[in-house]
Design a protein around this ligand. Structure first.
Ligand code: SAH
Length: 249
């Protein structure tokens, strides 16, 4: 009997941010293949005897190649297992969920996708930086700061930053300074900006300031990190940091 694969978004880091459906699948799975950015605490929910396989994935250093991961998923499902492919954030947001699902579909293996809270959505809430709303911003764009070699997609950060109120840049920890300079060029040096590192985890760090100053202070930061720039970054200081925090959050 053929098994099947659920490609599950684990959310940005806080294990509490996985969906109910994602958690149910984790509890059912015979095999869980997980990424570096998937919240590891969730693995404690796996049933006894479930096989847990680390698939790695770090900038420039892949523990397993994408091809190997695709084959592993197909093989484990082919043996009749319920396989969960656990990812960080959302599988269809720069998550390669589509690549894995396409491979499985081509090999006749049932595949489903469960969305997850994307990193920037988690970062916005946990850093107190609303992405859009009628006070500050009517639009936001999320782009990659590193284009994959051979990718047909294109990002003109200057144009994007000029066109929307809030700009979010992922995959740029190693070059946040350059990214911030480009945003400053488009929007002026004083445009409020934030770098959020390890959003929603116990290690979360938030650096804020005018984009050009932030660029000087932080040419690069540790990964994972993302940049959020736009006037609403000021909401954090104006309200969020002044709030009495509830005991549970
Ligand atoms: N599928 C993921 C994105 C994967 S690409 C999602 O939905 O968010 C990897 C990039 O996501 C990282 O380079 C970083 O920019 C961002 N990212 C993922 N987790 C993050 C976190 N906890 N804090 C900050 N950025 C994060």
């Amino acid at each position: 009997m053929t098994g099947w694969v659920a490609i599950v978004g684990g959310g940005p880091g806080d294990p509490g941010l996985i969906t109910v459906k994602g958690l149910q699948l984790i509890r059912m799975a015979d095999v869980i293949v997980y990424d570096r950015l998937a919240p590891k605490e969730i693995l404690a929910e796996a049933k006894p005897g479930a096989e847990l396989i680390y698939a790695g994935k770090e900038r420039g250093r892949h523990y397993m190649t994408q091809d190997e991961i695709n084959k592993l998923l197909a093989e484990k499902a082919g043996e009749g297992n319920i396989v969960v492919r656990l990812k960080g954030g959302d599988p269809f947001t720069f998550g390669r969920g589509e690549e894995e699902c396409a491979y499985l579909i081509e090999h006749g293996i049932p595949c489903t996708v469960v969305p997850g809270v994307p990193s920037y959505v988690g970062a916005a809430a946990y850093a107190g930086i609303p992405l859009a709303g009628r006070w500050y911003a009517s639009s936001f764009a999320v782009v990659t700061g590193t284009r994959a070699p051979g990718s047909p997609g294109r990002v003109n950060l200057y144009t994007v930053a000029s066109a929307v109120d809030t700009v979010v840049v992922l995959m740029a920890a190693h070059r946040v300074g350059e990214v911030l300079k480009e945003i400053a060029r488009a929007r002026g040096p004083g445009i409020p900006a934030a770098i959020v590192v390890s959003a929603t985890t116990a290690d979360q760090k938030v650096y804020t300031g005018p984009a050009s100053e932030l660029a000087e202070r932080y040419p690069s930061v540790e990964s994972p990190a993302l940049v959020i720039a736009g006037p609403q970054v000021e909401w954090r200081e104006k309200y969020w940091l002044r709030r009495p925090a509830p005991p549970y959050y």
